[in-house]
Design a protein around this ligand. Sequence first.
Ligand code: BGC
Length: 732
Amino acid sequence: MKILKITPWTIGCATDSEDTLDFRESVFSQGNGYMGVRGYAPEGEKKHGFERSTFLSGFFEYIKPGTTDMVNQPDFSVFRIALNGSDVSAYTRTGYEETLNLKDGTFTRRYIAADEQGRRTKVETIRFLSMDNVHTAAVRLRVTPENYDGELMLETGIDGGVVNLPISDDQLTQNVEVAQIWGPIARHSSIKAGGLTAETAYSKRTVSMEYRLDDHGGGYAWLPVLDKAFAGEKAVIPVQAGHTYTIDKLVAVYSYRDGTAPSQQAAHTADVCRQRGFDGMLEDTAKAWEALWRTADVEMEAPDDWQGAVRYNIFQLIQTDPRSDPYASIGARGLMHGRYKGCYFWDTEIFMLPMFLHTDPQAAKNLLLYRYHTLKDAVDSAKGFSLPGARYPWMASDTGYEQCGTWDTGCCEIHITADIAYAVGRYLELTGDDEFFRDCAAEMLIQTARYWTERFTYDPVEDRYNLLFVKGPDEYCGVTVNNLYTVWLACENLKAARDAVTRMQKEYPQEWKALAEKLAFRPEEPAAWAERMDKAVRRYDEGRRLWIQDDTFEKLEPLNPADYKEDDIPLYHKISYDRLQRYQVLKQADVLMLMAMCPGDFTMEQKQAAWAYYEPKTLHDSTLSFGIHALMAARVEQREAAERYFEKSLFLDLQDVMKNTAREGIHTAALGATWQALIFGFAGLWIDSDGITCTPCLPKQIRKMRFHFAYLGRRYEVRIDEKGAVVEALEE
Ligand code: BGC
């Protein structure tokens, strides 16, 4: 779907056709890490209460025992407009334009609404969610009757009449039953000010939203509208040809997660917004964005659509990251869609975190702190699986308890625990954050290592440890044995725990005493970890220089993907999941994924052998696959493949590559994979205990590239052109 116009700093669209509406609403999603809204029109029609979605980071509610959903929040964007007695939606629209500005985060819509008598009205809305104060947002409406004098009826406020449409974890099942999450809603409105406090029926979790209206001195006769779940007001405004009527709605949002008295905080902040006004708030958010771009931008001499799409990927990641909140993470569809019930996966630590780690280490730390804060639940969960230590859930929400509803993935895709340990290790390696090591990481590494100790099964005949009943990143491998990716990272986890114990004993004896006591640590534990590290089964075929994905992979029935796959739509729509799992095909990168994450552990020959063997068998039925293949292609010097895969990942949502952006929202892991392909693949940057290396391999579309990264408390700039790379430390 190529309906978007991409410039270096904007994503635009000039069509408002009904069949592209959901797609545009996904692509034009906005957020500030605290809250997110889909790119719907403030004055658009409300067909179902779940379609106009607004989400708050970390705000979940139970929809059945033990299972949560990300809660669709009251809609603060809403404007109802009637021109000369008829709702604006009944008018013919021309000159339609939508623009998402990546520089300041504004989303602008413009069109001319014309009625049968030829009366033309210019309508414009601008919305932003402030990056300066993430509790605030603003919507501006501008209406200009071009050729008539008449009447404009406006109604606005906050609409609590919203519901959830919980989505099944099974990608093939569509739910139609909505869930009424909200219980009582307290509403109030006076002149140009009002708000509501809604409370979830089950857990009594509250949100308070306050609005203030600025009618630019219009002095209109506003009347309160307190209707069912709606708190707002309306005015009938006589309008004259050629005049523009501007109404700003300034909004403040607080929830039970923000401490006591959210309604008072919202009211106070809304008053502050009123003082600052729309333009002042816009100035503040633009400045905040400018600061974010200073560290996160990747500037390229490249076609405009490549530059704009690269920025779009970064922009969406920043928009959906709860940045300064260490109690929430980033969902697989961020704050842009309720798919996967808003849950957090390995997508965060393995796909998205690297960008934050290299550009905003504090944001990366907060993502890891979320895992630290849910460690006690992970310990409790492990007990539920009759295992010691900590078992992180495949799908997590506001707790560390498993949210995945399917047995094979929920119980067997256990690499998530090792992924978190890997991310902790990368964070420590790149930041040298001793405090985080001492206060959080050591405990996380030890508890996760304990889980692996018993998750491996000893085989006395072979004197080896097997990892049974496991599912790797390639979810088409069935439930298998000794998935290389999982075993490798589990062993890394065990090693990191052993090193952490040694380091704690040496560098922090006091703190170690307390931690060892808290965890009832036994001195013999590291030896048990070492034994598993040494004897865990990892299959390697010396003759072929090939690392084997798992014990059953080579027994599967061969399938030529080209015989079945004509496009990028996942094959599980054509072949049943059950059958797919017995074919020798991969859903997404698995051994190659491991090699992308641990480049120093494998030789070039091994990487090339893995590429030659696995790439032709990979279906890329997950959006997580393209970017990692681009990265690996660049590393094994497969330039054509690198470009081809990169383009898929880069434009994944902008061109609706998988044909599900409309119904599922933006794929946040793919955004992160795109960044990794660009920086770790094309720019060839890699930082580990050996320091910084940068060996670029630019595709023909990128002539020059410039970006920043952070390493051990310093900032660096990388400049790449046809002559090679220059890495320079920046003066602070
Ligand atoms: C992928 C997983 C991913 C999940 C959420 C699945 O289709 O196979 O690797 O974590 O989607 O994005």
